[in-house]
Design a protein around this ligand. Structure first.
Ligand code: BG6
Ligand code: MG
Length: 216
């Protein structure tokens, strides 16, 4: 058993879905009469669907009933699902498919720790489900990132203590979650957004077996 295990976020780490979440939320915002930029969207990455809507409504200074909010949540997800309906392996981020197969072959445990309620559907579409030792997603947690719950459950499921878990994340909320869960945090993206991570890599092509082994 390797000394350390890895917990992967899904959207923006394994697969290039972050852009589709943005497109779908932007449409909701535009329909409500305001816009929000890609930079502002950084705050929504890693955040649950419900909290993302709350954030947007606050930004647009819009007050809605629960029924209206529920309709928007359904509409956002329908739009998102239609954007990813043809998803296949070609949408995986650079080097990730090879990395997951290499980790699996080397018997290094890895789990999924995602806020998304669509995570299992996406892993199925990418034919990755069976590689993961455990899958924890938005349907398994009561507290969203930046709370560490999703990663703590994942660590427990694969029988590793938090300090021996390496979390790979593209969101500020996810890095905060990993740090407050006492895990090793690796940010994928810009130093400006993910500066509190233990390590920051520009993109997934830098997330190599060699790099991960150097942390083990
Ligand atoms: C996270 C994404 O992985 O999942 C967020 O970074 C998204 O953008 C969240 O809002 C919830 O996803 P879903 O698929 O349950 O709406
Ligand atoms: Mg993400």
């Amino acid at each position: 058993m390797a000394k350390k295990a890895i917990i992967f976020d899904l959207d923006g780490v394994i697969v290039d879905t972050a852009k589709y979440h943005y497109i779908a939320w932007r449409k909701i915002a535009n329909d409500l009469g305001f816009d929000f930029s890609e930079k502002e969207n950084e705050a929504l990455k890693g955040v649950s669907r419900v909290q993302s809507l709350e954030y947007l409504l606050e930004k647009g200074d819009i007050d809605l009933s629960q029924t209206e909010k529920d309709k928007l949540l359904v509409s956002k997800n329908e739009q998102y699902l239609s954007l990813i309906s043809d998803m296949d392996e070609s949408e995986m981020l650079p080097g990730i498919q090879e990395l997951l197969f290499a980790l699996h072959k080397a018997k290094i445990s890895f789990a999924l720790g995602s806020a998304s309620k669509n995570a299992r559907r996406i892993l199925e579409a990418l034919h990755l489900t069976d590689l993961f030792s455990a899958i924890v997603d938005g349907t398994n947690v009561s507290k969203a990132k930046p709370d560490p719950e999703v990663f703590v459950i994942a660590a427990r499921k694969i029988c590793y203590v938090p300090k021996n878990c390496i979390v790979i994340e593209d969101s500020k909320a996810g890095i905060e979650a990993a740090n407050s869960g006492n895990m090793i945090s690796v940010g994928i993206g810009s130093e400006e957004v993910l500066g509190t991570a233990d390590y920051v890599l520009k993109d997934t092509s830098e997330l190599t077996m060699k790099f991960l082994k150097s942390l083990m």
